[in-house]
Design a protein around this ligand. Sequence first.
Ligand SMILES: [Zn+2]
Ligand SMILES: [Zn+2]
Length: 306
Amino acid sequence: MTEMKSPPRHGLGRGCVITRRACFSASHRYWLPEFSADDNAARFGPCALAPGHGHNYELIVSMAGGLDSDGMVLNLSDVKHAIRSEVTGQLDFRFLNDVWPEFDVSTPGGCLPTTEALVRAMWQRLSPHLPITALRLYEQPGLWADYLGHPMDAFLTIRTHFAAAHRLARPELSQEENERIYGKCARPHGHGHNYLVDVTVRGSIDARTGMVCDLSALQRLVDDLVVEPFDHTFLNKDVPFFADCVPTAENIALHIADRLSTPVRAIGAHLHKIRLQESPNNAAEVYAEVPQLEMTPAALDAVAAI
Ligand SMILES: [Zn+2]
Ligand SMILES: [Zn+2]
């Protein structure tokens, strides 16, 4: 009689986070009936135009759990089916204002289908079916919202870019010493990067506008306080702060956070994070809220990984 070998149980019961991506296309319009046409246009800009406009949305679903005897947290085909039946299948090629009752603004409880209001509604619809830990919804590559299930908090990120030159060198050191520390980045006449800046704000979603903050006001702040003063400059010479602060990616990210923190409060949100990508090979992330590192929601890292 041959001895039966029990199959290997890789990781049985051990915890793991998995992510799944799903895409859909939909249209929406920002229009509140209690405002005049002029007020709607002033508040929401071209987003108020009839009959609306569309986006190719991308949803990242992050889920956690212990591995089963098949080596999976969940069967991916069940995950795919749940996301499609509860969310993307209902929204794909639809006018978002009309699909879900949350976005019926003719009722007092309705709000506009913004990215952050949509991702919260998706959480409410998916959480009874899947062990979700975080959701990220991209409206476009430069605008996305994260939701971690805390009713009061959503995260909204806008991505922008600027081009600038810099030189990494401490003035009190010799050229040789600077090159030993900073390598080629210490060469005397500088070099440049196309910087990508992700600005993440946190706040509660307004019951009526569906917004964490006025998106165009946030974009204006980032343009006025970061892009305009930094774009096409030699940072060391053109931005006074870097006259005596070495403009490493870390220092630039911190300086952007310092510039934006108070103005973001003034538009009703909290500056949560700045991510500055200097090149495809390096980036710096700064958490603007205190205590800094404890504010890093591990769940956000999972959705960001895709
Ligand atoms: Zn839109
Ligand atoms: Zn550099």
